[in-house]
Design a protein around this ligand. Sequence first.
Ligand code: FES
Length: 96
Amino acid sequence: MSRIDEGLERGTAFAFTLDGQKVEAYPGETIAAALLASGVRALRRTAKRQQPRSLYCGMGICWECLVTVDGAPSQRACMTEAKPGMRVETQKGVGR
Ligand code: FES
């Protein structure tokens, strides 16, 4: 998956990190949108079986997309705007 490029003004790209790896984002994008455009699918692992989970509803209802943002666990990637320098971590179980 990649971004739609034609007919859009995206602004200036910036970076945040996912598990220490740089991810490119544009102003107004959610963490989930930037991660999807970067090819990342698994956002968290379930507590018992460590099974990967990703976006499901994409609109803040299902809570499948939980990530840890700047040390705060259980943030919905689909509802959280990406910011420059943000430190995002894939979440294991319920987080810390
Ligand atoms: S994908 Fe459903 S809450 Fe984020």
